[in-house]
Design a protein around this ligand. Sequence first.
Ligand SMILES: *Cc1c(COP(=O)(O)O)cnc(C)c1O
Length: 367
Amino acid sequence: MKVPFVDLKTQYAGMKEQIDKAICRVIENTSFIQGRFVTEFEDRFKKECGAKHCIGVGNGTDALYISLKALGIGTGDEVITTACSYISTSETISQAGAVPVFVDIEPLYHTIDTQKIEEKITDNTKAIIPVHLYGQMADIKQITAICQKHGLQLIEDCAQSHFAELNGIKAGQSGILSTFSFYPGKNLGAYGDGGAIITNDDDLAGYIRSFASHGCLVKHIHEREGINSRLDGIQAAILLVKMDYIHEWNRKRLENALLYNDLLSGMDQLRTPQIRKGAKHIFHIYCVRVRNREKLIRFLAENHIDTGIHYPYALPNMPAYNYLGHNPADFPVASAYQDEILSLPMYPELSREQIGFVADKIKEFYS
Ligand SMILES: *Cc1c(COP(=O)(O)O)cnc(C)c1O
């Protein structure tokens, strides 16, 4: 048996006719950049996210950069974010001219530790960017309260959490701006790069739509300089097809995760992921913590089971942030976890037999 880490081919095989037809329609309509398919997707996505506006952009990284620019964040400002994310989250803070200020993660859920946020707030702090990591929301109620108390802007990085929820609050509903990625491997993935920003703020929505398209809403009238970061028609048409399936896929991922949790429970050498009370976890990543990780990875690979590490270094420990002079001991949880975390295969099409095979091989390794 083979268990790839993700399996986008099987997903495509099950919807080939619809996808191919959608792509052809875009070409026949020559709606390559923006146009009716992008508008149709934006309308559908914002509705299902419970937001007033959705602006499609080039990718999830640009969505963060554009959000920071729209909020006027730049030189001299500090933005607080989690020590555990993909580099886009902090990279864009620097791109905007501000300084990323990292906060350690909660031991149980791997998201930003809200107990450790306030000690990092200074007069220069302008915003907090929590990341709803692996498909589970950070403690958004607490983060919203901190932002309100200190007058900070809240940007939610929802790249891994399309339609996740916590106590009835959807991912992206608490931030003044919230960002999504449609990178192919994400729960809702395009066949190339794609991203979006959602918001309820009319002015910010207008600014973002113009900034992402050269500062221009009416052809050749540039109200400002902007950038070129747009969702293209083919990606939007593909995403529209996938919108009919996403909730079912998220449900299947959860079902798969619960089966893994069950089969891997009670082991000394492995910790299964914890789900918050009141959470709808969408399991973008199924991340366990293990002993003897490198040897386990090799053993699983020999048995045709692919795994990943998300991420091998906590952000403050990445070479890119050497200049900030952090010590791993400043982020004890994230630094300890970077050597223990292991992502097992996770996608909706994963079969019970495949999950059973992965669990059996892990148990065999430790026996
Ligand atoms: C994937 C991801 C991004 C970036 O998205 P791209 O579309 O690849 O640019 C940002 N933040 C997080 C947490 C991600 O997982």
